[in-house]
Each structure stands twice: as C-alpha cells, then as structure tokens.
Design a protein around this ligand. Structure first.
Ligand code: ZN
Length: 452
C-alpha cells in the first residue's frame, strides 16, 4: 500500500519531532517515518499528526515543541519561547482529532498559530453531520480557543474570570462530568461489517488490532483513523504470554500500514502482567479486563487499566447504567467489546448492535459525559495529574507552574483549566478563554504562567 505520512514532515523541526515519536514508540519504524517528507495528511492523535499548512515564521507553535519522550519541563520566564525552531513551525498539530468535533466535516481544532488551516476529513461512509460548537476566544490572543479539538461541554457563554489572579484548577475529563471510552478488540468482522452504523455515530472509538489477522489491514481501519478514531496495539499473534517482539511486530504493522504510533495497548486475554515491561517502554496504558470506575485522582494502575466486558447480547439495559455511573460519580468508564451478535467471527461475548447504537445516542444526549478514545482520555488523565501536581513559583508578579510528563506521552495533548482571574500564557503566547468555561493548556510546553 502507499504510505500516507503527514506533511508536517516537511517542517524540519517537526520532522525531528516525528522522528522522536517514532523512536520512542515504534523502534525501527523510525527510519521509515523520517525518511520521506512527501506524505499527505492523516489526522489522528497518534503518530500521524494532523497537518495544517502554516508557513514557517508564523506565530504560534505552542504545541509539540517537545518530543513524545520529553520528560523535563522547562520553565518559561518572561515569556521566552523555549525553542525557537519549534516556534517557527507555526502549524502543529496534533492530534486529538479524535474527538467529536472532528466528525461530519467540521473544522478541526488542533492547529495553532496564525496560519491555521482547516483540515477536512475524508470520513467514512455514513457519517452523520455533527454541528461543531467552538467557543469564542477572548481578545488579546491569537490562538484558537479549542486547539485540542475535544468536545466542549455546556452551551457556551461562560464569562471569562476576572477576579484575583491564580487558584489554578485543572478540570477533570476535559470539563465534562465523566468520561467513557469504547474499545474494540481483535479486528473482528462484525466490527468491520457494521462500519456504516458505527461510524455514523460520530464519536471516536479505539480499535485494538490483532495485527496478524488479515482483517487488521481492512480499509475500514484507515477510514476510522481518518475520522479521528484510535488504532491501538493488541499484539501480532494474540498470545497471552507472548514476547515483547509480538508487541513490536504489531507496532511496526501500525506504522507501516497506517503511519500510526500506537500509544495504548490491550494485552491479549487481559494478560497485562506479561507486558508490564514493554508497556512502560512504549505506551501510556495497557487495558486490562477487570471492571472498575476510574476517578480523576485515583492512583490507577495504568499497566492494568480497568475495563468492563459487557455480557453476551448486552444492550441498553446493561450499557446505560455504566454511563450513568460515570456521570454521577465523576469518573471514567472504559469498555472492552469484541464484536456484535449475528456474525461468524467468533467474537467473545458479542453484544447487540442496535442496543449499542441506542446506548451511544443516550450518552451523547447527556452532553456532559466525554466519549473519548483510550488515548485521549488516558492522556488527559495523566496530563491533568502532572499539571495539578505542579507548585507555582513566583517570578516578579507572575506565578509560573512547571510540570513533567511521563517518559512516554503522546505529543499535542491539552488539559483544560480555570482560574479566579489573571492572564494565562505559555511560551509568551496569551491563552484565549473558551466560553465553555476553560483555558486549554498545551501539555508539551511544560509550563504555564499566570500574570496579573
Ligand atoms: Zn483479543
């Protein structure tokens, strides 16, 4: 197949980033990733970063000034950009395209700087159009108010805080009351064959590909990727005690087939214990199969992330209470699905398609439950902890927060924060207020300044 690599590789500085990403999470695939700069866009929040075509030298460039392996946050003092090269990149990207705002031909958020262009998605057939609400930014900033592209809770119209500068609060779940992530294992045919209905929901899912199966190369997954879904690692051969090489083979497949760096995995048969070592090298989480809700401040074991496997034939009666609980308790529910009833793929505990479709509509109507990929919600969970743990230092009249991200962390992710008042900036760029009630903070930058 022809490779489809992001055109951001045309940018020298971002090519470095891409290489770093690949080196971090795809090992030998790095060579393939960095060797060519003529790829087209391929929007995901994984290895294939969204592309906008900002010319070098434009302003912006807050995001992705560091590689995925960045571990040391650099304090910005006096608003000096930490890296000049990245600042000139202008366009950046990222990725969280996966969010609902990306569906139905809406405009993407994850670009920054003056040279923002709008990416359009070659969506899968059957996509329904979803109106994208984008909070209006405040004056005094050239940045977009929702660079993450994540869905925005509430109706908007929230006034920018104008009280005493400070009291930084990092909102759980991107400002939603709760979160839920749906993952699909094994590249089963009842997933692929129901593309129109599943893609038509207009919300992003995570597809854990068993890459040794022929179905893992089905064009369905490319279309899902382009629509903002996540492709994750479920190993090549699906052995419970498989060697790390089995994970690496799957990782190489994701890169060669989809130009994707997998940032999350699901151990086959829930055998997470056998994958702890490589999980820590390559991924932000390994999804397990023991069910529990995840609180925003929980010390959750990311090497065996809780997940719920619905019983065979499950529909709204089983699914809806899970979303209700996430909402009422302010927590994150992950779901592990293998396929749908009525097929011949041997899916483990297949569920009822119509019941699932009705359930998703039910959750969407809630409005304050974030339906996000394992990667988007997982990165938010970890990023929020990093920023929330930061203690500000006083520099003149400024309060400066610095944080350190985990060793493995996807580039281009954000958290949403509130303050009582003050002006927020990163790398000297004033952050706009999003009138859905938050500022978006770029995690890659590693620091945030609150000024009077
Ligand atoms: Zn499996």
């Amino acid at each position: 197949m022809s490779h489809s690599f992001p055109s951001f590789l045309r940018s020298t500085s971002l090519r470095t980033l891409a290489t770093a990403v690949a080196l971090t999470s795809a090992g030998a695939a790095a060579a393939a990733c960095s060797s060519e700069a003529t790829y087209d866009s391929n929007s995901t929040d994984q290895g294939t970063l969204n592309t906008s075509t900002g010319a070098p030298g434009t302003t912006g460039g807050l995001m992705q000034t560091t590689s995925a392996a960045a571990t040391t946050a650099t304090a910005t003092v006096g608003g000096t950009p930490t890296t000049g090269a990245a600042t000139t990149a202008g366009n950046t990207t990222s990725g969280t395209l996966g969010s609902t705002g990306t569906f139905g031909g809406g405009s993407f958020g994850p670009t920054t700087g003056a040279a923002v262009t709008t990416a359009t998605v070659a969506g899968a057939g059957g996509m329904t159009s979803t109106t994208v609400t984008t909070g209006s930014g405040t004056t005094g900033s050239d940045l977009p108010p929702n660079p993450s592209g994540l869905p925005e809770p509430g109706a908007g119209g929230v006034a920018q805080p104008s009280g005493t500068p400070g009291n930084l609060v990092v909102l759980p779940w991107a400002g939603h009351k709760g979160a839920i992530s749906y993952s699909f294992d094994d590249a089963n045919s009842t997933q692929i064959n129901n593309e129109q209905q599943l893609m038509g929901l207009g919300v992003p899912f995570t597809w854990y590909l068993q890459t040794g199966k022929q179905e893992a190369g089905n064009a369905f997954y490319q279309r899902a990727l382009e629509a903002g879904h996540e492709l994750g690692n479920h190993t090549q051969s699906h052995g419970s005690g498989a060697a790390d090489s089995d994970v690496n083979q799957a990782q190489s497949f994701l890169m060669s087939q989809y130009s994707v760096v997998g940032f999350t995995m699901a151990a086959p048969n829930g055998s997470t214990n056998n994958y702890n070592n490589i999980t820590q090298q390559l991924f932000i989480l390994d999804r397990g199969v023991s069910d529990a809700l995840i609180g925003p401040d929980d010390n959750t074991n990311m090497l065996n992330l809780p997940s719920w496997i619905p019983p065979q034939g499950a529909g709204t009666a089983q699914f809806n209470p899970k979303a209700d609980a996430a909402q009422s308790q302010g927590k994150w529910q992950t779901v592990c699905i293998h396929g749908f009833t009525g097929g011949s793929d041997g899916a483990y505990q297949p569920i009822d398609l119509n019941g699932f479709l009705a359930h998703i509509d039910y959750v969407k109507e809630k409005g304050d439950v974030w339906i996000g990929t394992m990667l988007d919600v997982g990165a938010y969970f970890l990023g929020r902890k990093a920023v929330a743990a930061a203690t500000p230092t006083t520099q003149g009249s400024d309060q400066v927060y610095t944080w350190t991200l985990p060793n493995v962390f996807p580039p281009g992710h954000y958290v949403r924060v509130t303050v009582d008042g003050g002006t927020l900036s990163q790398d000297g760029e004033v952050l706009p207020w999003n009138d859905h009630g938050f500022y978006e903070v770029a995690l890659d930058v590693g620091s945030l300044t609150i000024s009077p």
